[in-house]
Each structure stands twice: as C-alpha cells, then as structure tokens.
Design a protein around this ligand. Structure first.
Ligand code: V47
Length: 353
C-alpha cells in the first residue's frame, strides 16, 4: 500500500511511513493532517490564560542548547524566594491567570524544600490555580540529588499540590544525539519512566520534542513513536509540543535554521502519527506567532497561552519574554479563521471568545 492509500484508509502509520510523509509535498501532507484535526475539533483552537515562572537559572547540568542557565554567556544567576514567587502568583491571579507553569534549572544549592514547598504555599493561597510544574528532568535531578526513588518524588509532588507535569526535558530521545546536546541529563528511558509513573497515579502530562538542531528526521519520528508507544499503555499525555531550537547565546553551533516548511511538516506528521495523543500544540514562543497560526491548518489545535513572562527560550532568542496580551492573542486566532476556545489545563472548555 502506498502512503496516500494508507492515509486514506486511516491505518496506523509506522516508522517507514512517517519518513515517507516527510517526503510528501507540504500541501498534500497538510490536507490530511488538517482533515484529522477538523474531524476532532472543527475550527476550534485551544489556549489558556497562563503564567510561566522560572524560579532559578542556576544549573548543575550543562546542555549545549541552553541559554537560560547562568554561565559564561549568561552571567546573571538568580534564585527567587518563595515570597517573590507567591507575589508573582498573586498578581497573575488578579489578572485572571488560571495556570502557573513552573520550571527551573537544576540548582543543587536551593534544597528540596525550596523546590517542593512552594507548591504547597501556592495551593494554600490560590487553590483555584492549576499548578503545572517540574519536568521529568527536574524530577530526575531531585531524586538523584536527595536520594529518593521516582515513585517517592511523585508522591511528594502530589502531596505538595502539583496538578500536572509539563513536557520539558524530553529534547530528542535518540541517545547519541542526546549525549551530544545534553550529556548527563535525564536519559530517554528515565524521562519516559517518570511520565509512566505519573500517569499511573491517574495524572496528566505533556511531551515536548526539541528539534531543528543536529537531529535528523529519523530521530524525530523515533521520538514520536516512543511517545505513542507509552501513550498506548497509559493514556496520560494530553499534548505533544514540537519546540523549534532557538540558536542565540548557547553552545550548540547550528548553522542551518529549521525552515517554516519543515516545522509545518513536523506538526502535520505529529498529528498523523500520534493517533492517541489528543492535542498538538503549536508553541508560538519558539515558532513565532505567524507560523503557529499557519500550523492550525497543518494539524495543530492548541496554541499554549498568554505566558506573560518566559525566561528559558527567550534567553535563546524566542519572542516570549513578555508573553502575549490576551486581546491580541484572541484577535489573531479569530483573524486567522479559527475559533479561540479558552481551555483549562486539562482541556476542559471554559469559554469561546
Ligand atoms: O525542555 C531550552 C527547551 C524546554 C532551548 O508542557 C529550548 O505545555 C528552544 O518544556 N531553544 C522547557 N527550546 C519548556 C517546555 C515547555 C514549553 C511550553 C509548554 C510546555 C508544556 C512545556 O525548553 C526544555 C528545552 O527543550 N529549550 N533551550 C532553546 N535554545
């Protein structure tokens, strides 16, 4: 069966099929991905009103792609106090923010109580706010630093009030590429195991993929298929998020920037092969808002949120440092011919704007 027949039949796509998808022209690929998106959600595009907080940039690990952690290229180490974080959450809450997305570097001086205690304080003061926090990379770092099992760490997160896990730290699962771009960080098996255990507790998480650096298409496809495989077992992933590598202020020397066309193909392919992950997020911070809006026609149904502040990717050149005003976000989605639907962090629909 050729690839078009497979797409027409709706049969599950495997590794070789997915490589062939990349070779299709972008309009044919886009047509099939959009058809699938339309069947699921029509022209609805989901977003949330969220606030990203990155409480420390002091990191024990050295990832070549990272411009956020304090180092020679970014010599401004900081660690927020719990009071500072709480006052950010308080201000955000007054503006109607419904989710805080908290991701830090791997700071071995901050202490476990600094990492965990803040969630309890946020929940005690702002019980209506959804806490999406701690990547599998952070959980792996904390477990090893303080001598806990992953299960114990996960119980600790739940006890302290973490509601869901963000998808960071996945990078690219291929271990050879991984050891070149982020040696020493959580391995791909460990990343997947932490999410498996989190899902086993009935909790939801997201999954990212950092691409457009030194990986090949094969590595992206393999990454997605490993996620699909785990999702078959747990059903715990809400969303898949391809993140375009940003090239400023870091130590990964990449000359060829990923093209818009390659991004749109990657979004479309993720929609077609991840038949068991409900949402595909075009994360405007790394794709630019223009490309994210076009990605809606290539299978993406989610645009993340208003963000407000963001330090990790903006340190490497992304346009997310100050987020996006809600009115502008809604206007842009409408203007692109889609229906802006505000969602909560677990994809329950809250309001059609
Ligand atoms: O894992 C670091 C990435 C991630 C760069 O779950 C970079 O909804 C591009 O995971 N260029 C953290 N990316 C952010 C993240 C995320 C973002 C938005 C939504 C969600 C979600 C999760 O940022 C890291 C890493 O892959 N990152 N440096 C860079 N130079």
């Amino acid at each position: 069966m050729d690839i078009i027949e497979k797409l027409e039949s709706g049969e599950r796509l495997e590794f070789e099929d997915s490589i062939k998808l990349y070779e299709l022209d972008i309009f044919t690929l886009g047509k099939y991905a959009f058809k699938k998106r339309e069947k699921l959600y029509g022209k609805k595009s989901f977003f949330n009103i969220n606030r990203h907080i990155n409480p420390t940039n002091i990191c024990k690990d050295i990832c070549k792609f990272c411009a956020f952690s304090a180092n020679r290229k970014n010599p401004n180490p900081y660690t927020m106090s719990h009071e500072e974080i709480l006052s950010i959450v308080e201000e955000a809450s007054k503006r109607g923010v419904k989710e805080v997305h908290i991701v830090s570097a791997h700071n071995d001086k901050a202490g476990l109580e600094w990492y965990m205690g803040i969630f309890k304080k946020i929940k005690a003061n702002f019980p209506h706010i959804h806490v999406k926090a701690l990547t599998a990379a952070e959980i792996n770092f904390l477990a090893k630093e303080y001598g806990y099992t992953y299960e114990e760490m996960i119980d600790m997160m739940i006890e302290n009030g973490v509601d869901s896990m963000p998808g960071g730290g996945a990078e690219i699962f291929d271990e050879e590429v991984r050891s070149y771009i982020c040696k020493g960080k959580v391995s791909s098996d460990e990343w997947l195991e932490i999410h498996r255990l989190w899902h086993q507790r009935g909790r939801k998480s997201n999954a990212t993929m950092l691409f457009g650096h030194v990986e090949k298409r094969e590595h992206r496809v393999e990454h997605m298929l490993r996620l699909r495989n785990l999702q078959d077992k747990t059903g715990g992933f809400n969303c898949f998020i391809p993140l375009i590598y940003q090239r400023e202020n870091n130590y990964l020397n990449v000359k060829d920037f990923v093209t818009g066309q390659e991004y749109l193909k990657t979004i479309a392919i993720s929609r077609l092969i991840l038949d068991n992950i409900p949402h595909i997020k075009a994360y405007w911070a790394t794709s630019t808002i223009n490309l994210a809006l076009i990605a809606q026609e290539f299978g993406a149904d989610d645009l993340d949120g208003t963000i407000e502040r963001e330090a990790i990717q903006s340190a490497a050149g992304a346009s997310s440092r100050y987020g996006m005003p809600l009115e502008e976000f809604v206007y842009l989605i409408k203007d692109s011919g889609f229906i802006p639907v505000e969602r909560d962090s677990l994809y329950n629909e809250l309001k059609v704007w």
